[in-house]
Write a protein that binds this ligand. Sequence first.
Ligand code: ADP
Ligand code: ADP
Length: 228
Amino acid sequence: MIDMQDIYMTYPNGVVALNGINVTIEQGEFVYIVGPSGAGKSTFSKMLLREEVPDRGRIIVNNKDLSNLKMKEIPYLRRDVGMVYQDFRLLPRLTVYENISFALEVIEESPKSIRRRVMEVLDLVGLKNKARFIPDELSGGEQQRVAIARAIANRPQLLIADEPTGNLDPETSWEIMRILEEINNTGTTVIMATHSREIVNAIKKRVIAIEDGLIVRDEHRGEYGYEA
Ligand code: ADP
Ligand code: ADP
């Protein structure tokens, strides 16, 4: 599913963000990415979407070698990868329904299949009754559930969540985790960058720790491993 070999990446200002990353992630895995701020976690995620390009090394995502990817193929790659962010990133003037249908209309589905799929993913996150609301009318946890529904609407093979519970209270965070686990149980690979020691230590998954642009730990059913 994902194979990174010898990935190095330096930002134009000279900051070395990734310093020789080697990792393989199989289809269907659930992986936490942990590590201090500035360690390279977001840069790692951006590599998978080709939002950043490595200086050297090889990246394969969904059997696509990103180094050979043509510009016009990038949108297809991004369709196969759902993204969820700490700050939700919903479109504020669109309803919940429209935030999700917008993501689908981009790939030219029929109106009927769009409608069916929007209601299906809203049902999955428990928000069918909020379809007509706008993001401001929802709680943070509900907004994140909409963002997750949008991210999976195109049935991506891979879901990347960058601190999805970072702005949420503990109870809401557990709800979000239940949904991410449910998505993972249908076969979707989930990669989640997080600073939540409680979540990582309670819901045991593979843990990859990044420090100074390097993987310093990679454990099956690992611990968070840092002080809170
Ligand atoms: P993390 O997600 O673990 O906090 P990042 O991947 O965001 O780490 O950042 C890794 C390093 O790269 C940090 O030193 C950060 O300051 C730097 N960095 C991140 N984005 C940029 C950018 N656009 N330009 C320059 N430096 C950046
Ligand atoms: P179902 O077909 O699953 O029973 P409904 O058609 O009853 O679902 O719709 C559930 C909710 O979604 C209702 O609040 C409905 O008004 C809303 N909804 C359905 N389609 C749209 C749409 N195109 N735009 C905005 N809201 C919609």
